[in-house]
Design a protein around this ligand. Structure first.
Ligand code: GTP
Ligand code: MG
Length: 331
């Protein structure tokens, strides 16, 4: 399941109280103040992690509290600081304050950190209040309260490549083949009803994120099928790959391209500019000698797109596609 909105409550730790105490030792009758400071309360950070695909964990577990700081103690002992909490969120998460609606942070890259609530400062112990005129202060501060916030987390997929095609074209199959993501695949249209993302790994350090969205049908912009609202999930992708079903039962490839272009343009002209490649899928269904794709290649050339032929089922051509997409992204 793809959960793209969730509300969470975060409470940072309170600061520990400062301590008011005096040194007591056998041969030091009037030892000075020795109350230590309280520790700081733990803060809660949100961290973008490209391994996170959804906010689903937070739906079942929406409340987090960081540890309080320990109180200061005698002999100038500083209270221990409360531990900070780090919560992972998907890249592409937007953080809003539920009460004010204000956007607090927008995670666009892996590893970014945002301190959502700050731990309370520990109170000062009475050592800190000693002055030449008041050498025995009985005063110590209480720790500050930790911040508390009610946040709305919202994910807009931050994929590098978005796959767009008619229902049943094999988009989910391609994502499965190219990544460890496991979207459902069935021999009928509209299997995918919410977006999926997967990490495509080419090597230790090279990977990109690919998104599979529900199929687009003719007149989707008029509400046919699942509509075009899902295109919003690939607004932020860098590249769009059109996936064409080459099997004899599907509409003709040029017709498919036309339908997809129409729908994408009616959503946004900006999105149209992101189309960089077209791949014909299910070539395993076409015998070698009948694989004549020159008319599609010609069309792709006209439009300035790269052309690929693949079988998402057998995997033929998928490595090449993935490598080329990666180098396109690197440009
Ligand atoms: N022979 C063959 N069948 C394929 C290939 N790719 C996908 N299929 C089949 O086509 C059907 C649809 O595949 P999906 O991956 O679910 O297609 P989709 O584009 O995600 O479909 P929706 O989510 O419904 O829009 C399934 O029966 C797949 O097994 C392929 O390369 N060759
Ligand atoms: Mg699908």
């Amino acid at each position: 399941m793809f959960v793209d909105k969730v509300k969470i409550r975060l409470v940072a730790g309170n600061g520990g109280n400062g301590c008011a105490s005096f040194r007591r030792e056998k041969f030091v009758p009037k030892g000075g103040p020795d109350g230590g400071d309280g520790g700081n309360g733990g803060s809660i950070y949100l961290v973008a992690d490209r391994g996170m695909n959804s906010l689903i964990n937070y739906r079942y577990n929406p409340y987090f509290r960081a540890q309080d700081g320990a109180h200061g103690r005698g002999k100038k002992m500083h209270g221990k600081n409360g531990e900070d909490l780090y919560l992972k969120v998907p890249v592409g998460t937007i953080v809003k304050d539920v009460d004010t609606g204000e956007v607090l942070f927008d995670f666009t890259e892996h590893g970014q950190e945002f301190r959502a609530v700050k731990g309370g400062r520990g109170g000062r112990g009475n050592v800190q209040f000693a002055t030449p005129t008041n050498r025995a202060p009985r005063l110590a501060e209480n720790g500050e309260q930790g911040e508390e916030k009610f946040l709305l987390l919202e994910v807009k997929i931050m994929a590098d490549v978005g796959i767009v095609g008619l229902p049943n074209a094999g988009k989910s199959s391609l994502l499965r083949k190219a990544s460890a993501a496991r979207p459902r695949v069935e021999p009928w249209p509209f299997t995918t009803i919410s977006p999926h993302v997967g990490v495509v790994r080419l090597g230790e350090e090279s990977s990109f994120i690919m998104a599979d969205i529900p199929g687009l049908t003719e007149n989707a912009h008029k509400g046919v099928g699942l509509g075009i609202r899902f295109l919003k999930h690939i607004e932020r992708t860098k590249i769009i790959l059109l996936l064409i079903d080459i099997s004899p039962s599907a509409p003709s490839p040029l017709n498919q391209i036309e339908i997809l272009l129409n729908e994408i343009v009616s959503y946004s002209k900006e999105l149209r500019k992101k189309i960089r490649a077209v791949a014909v899928n299910k070539i395993d269904l076409i015998p070698e000698e009948k694989r004549n794709f020159s008319y599609i290649i010609k069309k792709a050339d006209e439009l300035g797109w790269f052309f690929f032929k693949i079988s998402a089922l057998s995997g033929e051509g998928v490595d090449k596609l993935v490598k080329e997409l990666y180098s396109l992204l690197k440009e």
